[in-house]
Design a protein around this ligand. Structure first.
Ligand code: HEC
Ligand code: HEC
Length: 453
């Protein structure tokens, strides 16, 4: 009885939310001067101290168990081999010989040179041989490069109270923030012992940056106002003081403006216009109420869909404790833009612009193609992520990444996280079954239409 009631209540909430939520059209365009400053900061400025030495970057190949180019004789070849091994991509801007996602700076002493990751380790990707800022990095192997660089520096990996990732392309950005925040008091002063938060967030696929401009709330649970500049500064919690956070806020306001300016790449292959026109009608009938309408302008309803309606993996929602949210809300980060503790618990239906480029799909990156997203019977449970983001691995018919079932037995020890295993915590492939009832022809038309967004 109670589940029936909960279902009805959720549907009501959904419908009410859809009716009253404010639709956004791509809001006020950001100030071009701020956008330009933000772009320069994103490409050229390392906000964090160096974590690893240059020698670690050059020496880490000794752990690979296979030959690598000599970093001094063939630095470009070495950088390419490093990028391929750990899932980085070439920087589409000058980056001092490093792949996108790593940037040079100095150690805390202000003198010793070295490097550290930046936003683009997760938010910079490539497709068809071209790199893009804001395209999620679907190849990154955090649990690969992170310990290796510490080891190459002769240091032990710091003890982490969470799993970095079990699959390429997903990262545990949420737990990184929660774990660092646990070491801070509400005034951001450092604690000797971390607070017990009771949070257990899973690894996640990063969202593309080009959808942010349409949103009024962000993150997968849609509880944080999308205008929050301070929220994206949590990445700096590893080292900054309360005063340093305040000083850096204007730079991050520029970065936020830059994020609002980013546009997705256009689908590069032919589209069947008649099929796409039929697909548009299917979309408007079956999808637009949650995902919005895409005509001359984007009319995005910003709907958060309750867990018992969407039924995708619940760990991202259920794993975040109230204690963590309340603690965050008690700090400077939330002063202007608190997390809405009364909001519906579920996943925000994202804008679908540029969706052709950002496979795999769902918040946990569990579904490799649009066709499998629209026909849940096709979703693989244990499969191999593509060997690269080159178009030879791209599936134009199903839209997304070609995949093969993972062989039985233990994964290849040289690349264990190439396997995506939906039985792991947070990686379930269930839910979002709204396409199942469509005919095969309707699904194909719909996919053709989605290519045009
Ligand atoms: C370790 C990987 C990682 C790093 C580094 C990282 N992010 Fe993210 N980012 C994520 C993930 C994963 C999410 C989704 C989090 C969620 O909703 O739970 C996210 C979400 C976001 C969002 C919300 C987007 C939306 O549409 O909801 C913004 C904005 C963002 N990140 C900006 C940044 C910026 C700016 C930086 C650098 C200062 C950064 N991120 C660093 C992984 C990362
Ligand atoms: C009841 C609301 C609702 C309906 C109807 C709906 N969706 Fe969704 N959709 C969502 C939500 C919520 C998510 C995010 C779920 C998650 O990540 O766990 C999502 C995710 C997606 C994604 C993945 C986005 C990404 O960036 O990974 C695509 C693609 C998508 N939907 C397409 C469609 C299409 C096409 C239809 C019509 C057949 C449709 N959806 C119908 C709510 C809906």
């Amino acid at each position: 009885m109670s589940t029936d009631f909960a279902k009805r209540r959720s549907l009501m909430v959904l419908l009410v939310a859809a009716a009253f939520s404010t639709s956004t059209t791509a809001g006020e365009p950001p100030d071009p001067a701020a956008v330009e400053r933000g772009r320069k900061a994103m490409e050229g400025r390392q906000f964090l101290n160096a974590e690893w030495s240059d020698a670690a970057f050059k020496g880490v190949a000794k752990f690979w168990g296979e030959p690598a180019p000599d970093p001094d004789v063939d630095p470009d070849g070495y950088a390419r081999a490093f990028a391929k091994r750990y899932g980085f991509h070439p920087a589409p801007f000058p980056n001092d010989g490093l792949p996108m996602g790593l940037k040079r700076s100095t150690k805390a002493d202000g003198k010793t040179r070295g490097m550290q990751v930046d936003c683009l380790v997760c938010h910079g990707g490539s497709i068809g041989g071209k790199s893009y800022v804001g395209l999620p990095n679907t190849q990154i192997d955090y649990a690969g490069f992170f310990p290796d660089l510490f080891r190459a520096d002769g240091r032990r990996l710091p003890i982490l109270p969470f799993v970095l990732n079990t699959s390429r392309g997903t990262t545990n950005a949420g737990m990184m923030s929660v774990a660092l925040m646990a070491f801070r008091n509400s005034d951001l002063s450092l604690r000797r012992f971390p607070m017990a938060m009771g949070t257990n967030l899973p690894e996640l696929d990063a969202p593309p940056w080009w959808v942010l401009k349409y949103k009024t709330t962000m993150y997968y649970d849609g509880r944080t106002p999308a205008g929050s500049v301070r929220s994206i500064m949590q990445f700096l919690l590893a080292e900054k003081t309360a005063d340093q956070f305040r000083e850096l806020e204007p730079a991050f306001a520029d970065i936020h403006a830059y994020l609002l300016s980013i546009e997705p790449p256009k689908y590069p292959f032919a589209v069947d216009a008649d099929a796409a026109a039929r697909g548009r009608a299917v979309f408007e009938e079956s999808c637009a109420k949650c995902h919005g309408a895409y005509g001359e302008r984007v009319d995005y309803p910003n709907v958060v869909v309750p867990l018992d309606v969407i039924k995708t993996d619940p760990a991202r929602i259920e794993g975040l404790s109230e204690l963590s949210v309340n603690h965050y809300n008690s700090t400077w980060f939330a002063e202007r833009h608190p997390v809405d503790v009364d909001a519906e618990r579920g996943y925000q239906a994202p804008p679908l612009v540029g969706i052709w480029a950002s496979a795999p799909y769902l918040h946990n990156g569990s579904v490799p193609t649009l066709r499998a997203l629209l026909d849940s019977r096709l979703r693989p449970r244990r499969y191999l992520r593509p060997p690269s983001t080159d178009f030879e691995h791209y599936d134009q018919r199903d839209v997304g990444w070609k995949f093969v079932e993972a062989p039985d037995g233990p994964p290849d020890p040289k690349d264990p996280r190439r396997v995506f295993d939906a039985s792991r915590y947070g990686l379930g492939v269930g839910g979002h079954t709204f396409g199942d009832k469509l005919s095969e022809a309707q699904r194909s038309d719909l996919i053709e239409y989605l290519k045009t967004l």
